[in-house]
Design a binder for this molecule. Structure first.
Ligand code: S3P
Length: 171
């Protein structure tokens, strides 16, 4: 089974993926972690600052390519994967995709609580714009939208496992 979690920065993809992987006895794989390993840099922020966003997107693309045939894993993605169609075809190959959906203002609060603010969330107006343009893309790739506002990580993971159970039952 290959499960892919998509959504904007601050939607909880990495935390939910870890819990979900534990519940389902799968591996948790984080695309940003893999991109960081390939980059040789110390942080995603450093990749953006020293190499530029384009370089980050190239690495992210290679990571998605590497994950095309991955199995028995829950993959947490970077918030920007949905803008590249070819990347998404590798990433979502033989997978179930869940969109962790939240209001922008909720995401803003969650991101501000992080130790490191992601590079594309440093400017709030730009982040809000990105959110607007990406929202329909997340929805178009998702097998299911999972609402995360006012819901705990546990509740979100339970929603996903329930949906996986239903999907398997239908097959
Ligand atoms: C990005 C989201 C980040 C990271 C990079 C770019 C984006 O991941 O991949 O900073 O374009 O939305 P998270 O969504 O895990 O914060």
């Amino acid at each position: 089974m290959k499960i892919v979690l998509i959504g904007f920065m601050g939607s909880g993809k990495t935390t939910v993926a870890k819990l979900l992987a534990k519940k389902l006895r799968l591996k948790a794989i984080d695309m940003d972690d893999l991109a960081l390993k390939k980059s040789g840099r110390k942080s995603i922020n450093e990749i953006f600052e020293k190499d530029g966003e384009e370089k980050f997107r190239q690495i992210e693309y290679q990571v998605a390519q590497d994950l095309a045939d991955c199995n028995d894993a829950v993959i947490s993605t970077g918030g920007g994967v949905v803008v590249n169609t070819q990347l998404m075809s590798y990433l979502t190959k033989n997978s179930l995709v869940f969109y962790l959906k939240a209001d922008f203002d909720k995401l803003k609060i969650r991101v501000r609580m992080k130790k490191i603010i992601p590079p594309l969330f440093k400017n709030e107006a730009l982040a809000r714009n990105l959110y607007k343009t990406r929202q329909p893309l997340y929805e178009s790739y998702a097998n299911m939208n999972i609402l995360t506002d006012r819901r705990t990580i546990e509740m979100v993971a339970t929603d996903i496992t329930a949906h996986i159970g239903e999907t398997n039952g239908r097959e």
